[in-house]
Design a protein. Structure first.
Length: 111
């Protein structure tokens, strides 16, 4: 049951419905519902598909489950690791610009 709540929190943190996660993970919506409700123990193959849908590594899924909290930095690293090199290059530029803008806002608020 606790694992199901964990999966639900990861799904919701990504703003996904059960149906959207099912589609991204190549699983049925019923599988996602049963998993979140603690209705069955997933196979390794199902867990791998789930991780693909959540865009994280299996190790991150279990680490955050065992610790009882999400590790957003690790999830971000996993997200980047699943993308092609050309997308990472563009994402890096976008993040640099976003952080510069945030730094400027923070500086304005200090004054």
């Amino acid at each position: 049951m606790r694992f199901g709540r964990h999966v639900r929190s990861l799904r919701k943190a990504r703003g996904l419905t059960q149906e959207q996660l099912a589609e991204q993970a190549d699983l049925s919506a019923d599988t996602i519902r049963r998993l979140e409700n603690g209705g069955f123990s997933p196979s390794r193959a199902t867990l791998r598909k789930l991780c693909c849908g959540l865009e994280l590594r299996l190790s991150t899924l279990f680490e955050s489950y065992e610790l009882g909290e999400r590790n957003e930095l690790r999830e971000l690293v996993d997200l980047v690791a699943t993308r092609p090199a050309c997308e990472i290059k563009y994402a890096h530029k976008i993040l640099q610009n976003a952080f510069r803008a945030l730094d400027a806002l923070c500086e304005e608020n200090r004054d």
